[in-house]
Write a protein that binds this ligand. Structure first.
Ligand code: NCD
Length: 309
């Protein structure tokens, strides 16, 4: 049962619980009125201390489509955080008004702290370079719907694997499924943290490989997960400028990829995927954004006790 539960990192939910969410999301996608109005009278607070387009708007769209309502802020400058209020005081206050809180914050661990002081469930919408569990649910649902199964494939993560929280959450979660090989493609300065390669993959005996050139491995991939270089997490602008265009996926590079490979990207994209690739049917990142709304509808309805999950 997910009713009343917080979601801080993907490991908080069992594989069975995630599967139940995928089934609900599929029903929402295919049955037009499924769960509509199930959250009437309930309130979602979205507290975004960092910029967001998809995550915040898909959560709000999800709540509105369930018949519920939303309140919150899209940037901390308009909240009392700008006056120096502590995160715990903000969360305690918002707990008095809303039934569920979705929060994004630049500090690793902020969502966990919030869940400890909140009297309502807290959903982590990204805490610094740490985790982004609802993006992971989105990514898994996309792979499941477009490939048919969550297993038996090779995935390549490409770009900023050091600071990219979507990569950290997804790589850790894929290690819980069978028959998945992970290939990490990054410049040496932006490699995936050891706590994932050594701490999770090696410990669990999950096959993985590290590479620097996308061209060297693209032909072996079933899923390519592109990411943006996370400018806001760099200590100096020079390093960002040097690394920002390290990878650019072009039509030419796509020629070497399998015909049924799919390209995912959590978005926003900057330069790492050329616009010409959008027309390739293997580019599914906008579909992925749509799945993000369905899975968030399933999640909100379950956490609020409005769905059988
Ligand atoms: C990502 C994020 O915020 O971590 N975006 C998202 O939520 N879809 C990826 C990013 O900002 O690069």
């Amino acid at each position: 049962m997910l009713e009343g539960r917080s979601l801080i990192e993907p490991g908080d939910f069992s594989l069975e619980e995630m599967n139940a969410l995928f089934s609900l999301a599929e029903k929402i996608e295919t049955g037009k009125n499924f769960l509509r109005e199930s959250c009437r009278g309930r309130l979602l607070a979205s507290l975004f201390f960092e910029p967001s387009t998809r995550t915040r708007l898909s959560f709000e769209a999800a709540m509105l489509r369930l018949g519920g309502s939303c309140l919150g802020f899209a940037e901390p400058g308009s909240s009392s955080a700008a006056k120096g209020e502590s995160l715990s005081d903000t969360i305690r206050t918002v707990s008095c008004y809303a039934d569920v809180i979705v929060m994004r914050n630049p500090k690793e661990g902020a969502a966990l702290l919030a869940s400890r002081v909140a009297s309502v469930p807290v959903i982590n919408a990204g805490d610094g370079g740490h985790h982004h569990p609802t993006q992971t649910l989105t990514d898994l649902l996309t792979i499941k719907r477009l490939r048919g199964a969550l297993g038996g494939f090779t995935i390549g993560f490409c770009g900023d694997l050091k600071f990219g929280r979507t990569v950290h959450s997804l790589a850790k979660t894929l290690a819980r499924y069978q028959g998945i090989k992970q290939i990490f493609i990054s410049p040496p300065e932006l490699t995936v943290p050891n706590y994932i390669t050594k701490g999770v993959l090696e410990k669990e005996g999950i096959p993985y490989q590290e590479a620097e050139k996308l061209e060297d491995v693209i032909s072996s991939l079933d899923v390519l997960y592109m990411t943006r270089v996370q400018r806001e997490r760099f200590f100096n602008e020079e390093d960002y400028i040097r690394l920002k265009d390290f990878y650019v996926l072009t039509r030419e590079k796509m020629e070497a990829a399998k015909q049924d490979m799919i390209v995912l990207h959590p978005l926003p994209r900057v330069n790492e995927i050329a616009a010409e690739v959008d027309a390739d049917p293997r580019a599914v990142y906008f579909e992925q954004a749509r799945y993000g709304m369905y899975i968030r509808m399933a999640l909100l309805a379950s956490i609020l006790g409005a769905a059988p999950c």
